[in-house]
Design a protein. Structure first.
Length: 261
């Protein structure tokens, strides 16, 4: 493993144990986040709403988010808009993907940290990452054989590989972590299934990452294959702006549409 690869791993572990200081968004990004929150219908049809709370805690929800989707020429645009308890939008994620949930591009505006990032999967499969925060900007280029995914495309990836994973196969993916400016490799496999619920488990393949990122669980209704619950790290963070902390959450879904996309 190179020094360049090791540094973000230690940063990931560090920020899981300590807080970070948020930065203000650039005016254009702040305006886009505000407009999306005020006019969520502009992001497409509502698919579900998610109630976000700390994992293992039955207290009131800390956030809620909506998944909205619209059809475009080369596939779909899926957007996740997250609101705090005052109904102020705090995170916007937008992914473009094909009918088979192959990621084409991704954008994130994080109102708490001030991070703005973009990811583009080139025709040759390389991943371009560009991000800016606090007046500084950077970029990177990755080449990998694993498919790349983000929050708005993750459930679709599980659904596309449902039958293979029920047959005992595992699937690998690179998950974009924009504040680290890179992807991390994960394994997705079946954890359990019965007549009511099917659960897939997602774990980091790197032992150091597993110290910072607990296993994620995605639960679906077995018959309809509609999302029921997600457990794991989520984009919004808790705490004051000068001591933001990552949130290991449980998200319970209310499906509005019968057609997940």
């Amino acid at each position: 493993m190179t020094t360049r690869a090791i540094a973000p791993l230690f940063a990931l572990v560090l920020t899981a144990c300590t807080g970070l200081v948020g930065q203000p968004l650039h005016a254009d990004a702040a305006g886009r986040l505000h407009d999306a929150g005020e006019h969520p219908d502009s992001l497409g049809d509502l698919i579900y709403e998610g109630r976000v709370q700390a994992r293992g805690d039955d207290a009131d929800a800390l956030f809620r988010y909506e998944r909205r989707v619209e059809r475009v020429d080369d596939g779909w645009v899926g957007s996740h808009i997250t609101y705090n308890t005052n109904e102020v939008p705090v995170v916007l994620q937008i992914a473009t993907y094909t009918d088979a949930y192959e990621l084409l591009s991704f954008e994130e505006i994080h109102g708490q940290t001030g991070l703005v990032g973009e990811a583009t999967v080139n025709a040759d499969g390389d991943l371009e990452l560009d991000w800016a925060q606090g007046g500084e900007a950077d970029s990177s280029l990755e080449s990998d054989d694993d498919p790349v995914h983000v929050g708005p495309s993750l459930f679709g990836f599980a659904l596309e590989n449902w039958d293979a994973m029920l047959a005992g196969e595992s699937r690998y993916l690179g998950f974009v972590v924009m504040d680290a400016g890179r992807t991390y490799r994960f394994k997705l496999r079946l954890e359990s299934t019965d007549s009511e619920t099917t659960v897939f488990r997602m774990t980091a393949t790197d032992a150091l990452v597993r110290l910072a990122v607990s296993a994620m669980r995605i639960s679906f209704d077995t018959d309809s294959r509609a999302p029921i619950r997600y457990e794991g790290l989520v984009p919004p963070m808790t705490g004051p702006s000068d001591n933001l902390r990552k949130l290991d959450a449980r998200v319970d879904y209310v499906n509005v549409s019968d057609d997940y996309r």
